[in-house]
Design a protein around this ligand. Structure first.
Ligand SMILES: [Fe+2]
Length: 240
């Protein structure tokens, strides 16, 4: 409706011999305005989904926010283009959004899982993908979330991808996700010391993790040890 009114106004002014009205400039402004509205709306949805993760499991939401910051730093070190960092951030932030589809009784179960329970938890990357792919413009992020539990040797899930078949961003999320999980306290166990977590990352490089990603991430983890361990519920002094 707005466009019709403005075109009529422009035609009238032109007929009266007024200065030329630049319709293309107006359209460009309108397109820019709509793009900004779209981005704002999408960002609000992303924040809303992150809040949902908080409601589902407080440690998951906080953990995802921390991972998003780390993922961007690792991505920059690995020369992922700046214009792609938004996809990296969203993938790191919402890679576990599919856990919403896993019952709390299984997700928060203390003690060993049955094979069926494990199989259900292992479907969460597919659930994440099925949610994120519905967001226009987040197709890449949805694929990164889908593959964040793949292992370099092909033993991961859901697709059993190997090495560079696994998207680089998924390999980044895999490493920082594992580190964060290892150093964080859980109700059923205490977080590992930073040095032990790093040792395990290095030990599993080439089989589970990408060595290049691990090497890019370790200095970042060391720089932020105080903040990480404070957020994880222990102290850097005790852990290091
Ligand atoms: Fe996950």
């Amino acid at each position: 409706m707005k466009a019709t009114v403005d075109y009529m106004k422009a035609a009238t002014i032109a007929e009266l011999g007024s200065p030329i009205v630049d319709d293309s400039a107006w359209l460009r402004l309108r397109v820019k305005e709509l793009e900004e509205q779209h981005l704002t709306f999408r960002n609000s949805l992303i924040c809303g989904f992150n809040q949902l993760l908080d409601l589902k499991d407080i440690s998951t939401g906080v953990h995802s926010t921390r991972l998003a910051e780390w993922a961007i730093r690792v991505a920059r070190k690995l020369n992922i283009p700046e214009e792609h960092l938004y996809q990296v951030e969203v993938a790191a932030l919402l890679h576990d959004i599919g856990k919403i589809g896993v019952p709390d009784a299984i997700l928060k179960k203390q003690g060993p899982l049955t094979p069926d329970e494990r199989a259900l938890i292992n479907r969460h990357p597919e659930y994440s993908w099925s949610i994120l792919r519905l967001f226009p413009g987040l197709e890449d992020a949805s694929l990164y979330a889908l593959h964040h539990h793949e292992n370099l040797d092909g033993t991961g899930y859901p697709a059993g991808l190997k090495e560079t078949e696994i998207p680089l961003v998924s390999r980044i999320v895999s490493v920082i996700d594992a580190y964060d999980a290892m150093v964080s306290n859980r109700c059923y166990r205490k977080g590992l010391p930073h040095t032990e977590a790093v040792r395990r990352l290095c030990e599993s490089s080439g089989t589970q993790f990408d060595l290049q990603v691990v090497q890019a991430f370790i200095p970042i983890a060391e720089q932020e040890a105080d903040a990480v361990f404070a957020a994880a519920g222990t102290s850097a002094e005790a852990a290091l």
